[in-house]
Design a protein. Sequence first.
Length: 152
Amino acid sequence: MTLDSIDKKLLLLLQKDCKKTTKELSLKLDLSVTAVYERIKKLEREGIIDKYVVLLNRSKAEKAFVVFCHIRLVQHTREFLTKFESDVIQLKEVLECHHVSGDYDYILKIVVKDMEEYREFLVTKLTTLDHIGSTHSSFMISEVKNTTVIEI
């Protein structure tokens, strides 16, 4: 599907605030409410709009301690990678898991309440997973930029 300039502007508006009504969007796009509704439905059908979510304030949700944990597996066999990935998906503290190149195999973004909760997570959950050779944790000092908006 080829996106025109109106689709791109619509997607930008929705990424900034998906709770805007079709009427509000129609005024910004100079389209009818029906035209906006149909474009949104088309973008959903095509899979360009994947899902709608609520973003929480981590501090108010008592999950302000952010850790980036680098993982090195003992071997790089398909079996070890698949097992690690299926196990890490089950860990609710892990928001993101990326298979990466370089010195480590994976980078995890983990959110917990504090250092004590991270230590408990590390000792009782993460390091008990099969095939982990080593871990290296970095703790967020401050958040300089955090966006979910993808400019098209």
